[in-house]
Design a protein around this ligand. Sequence first.
Ligand code: UDP
Length: 324
Amino acid sequence: MAILVTGGAGYIGSHTVKDLIRQEKEVIVLDNLQNGHRQAVDKDKLIIGDISDRKLVTRIIKEFGITSVIHFAADSIVGESMINPSKYYNNNVIKTINLLDTMIENNVKTIVFSSTAAVYGEPDVMPITEYVRTNPTNVYGRTKLMIENILQDYERAYELRYIALRYFNAAGADESGKIGEGHNPETHLIPLVLFTALGKREKILIFGDDYNTPDGTCIRDYVHVSDLAQAHILALNALEQGYKSSVYNLGNGNGFSVKEVIEAAERVTGVKINKEVVNRRPGDPAVLVACSEKIKKELGWQPLYTSLDKIIETAWKWYLQKNS
Ligand code: UDP
């Protein structure tokens, strides 16, 4: 009995793998290392390959006795998805169909799927519950919603059970300081603010201060990567205990503006961070804040990192360690 984690060498994947191992679960990671990092996973747990390689996935399922899959492997840069939709439809949708078909063929019928708040687009209702209408405004969000729809159809036809987790803004790093966020190119706010504090960037660009928010900058719900990892393990356990398929939001339920994030980073690092307000980034909604009551009530999810400073502190520890 083992769990296959696709994309387990990536940011959220590697944190989930670490926690699965801490809980003494048997884990195999399949990652093509296009976005993942070899050093983020123990050598003996990592198989380098593609989720669409049916022969390889079949071999892994048989050899390790895979009973469930946690599926992270995907491309996830919103801007890139608009410029190169083909990459996103191929890598996120078509490859996932291949993975699901190989699972069904081999009688593996439970999957935890990485989804995103981007499936909601720009809703007017805040905080966002799972019942808010999905209306993605970018290709990345559309690929994730497509897979959620495919999962529903596969459940009906093939009795595949799934839990899709819609993450808000993942942030922070494992307390050990040994793994953390490492995108290439990095586009996310907290890493870029901390790169500025480290002197690796001259300044942080604030994308617009004319939004309809108290300080004019965009508000997001930052959720710690280890809390996301915890949610995946709860979802996996629930599926293994026979829970029905479901979709859950994952956020802290507190919104912080871009300016508040920079101030928090200044408190944590003790460094005054250079900043400049520039034009809005196309496609950025003003406010995205989650209601995560459903997963708290149904699966007992309890985020441990509810303070923004604490979340940034763990990220800071990781970057200091990496740059030392
Ligand atoms: N942001 C910013 N400057 C940057 C990167 C991001 O002002 O260099 C803003 C962005 O407009 C958004 C928030 O920070 O309002 C979070 O952006 P991020 O890319 O981290 O996550 P997203 O919300 O796009 O998933």
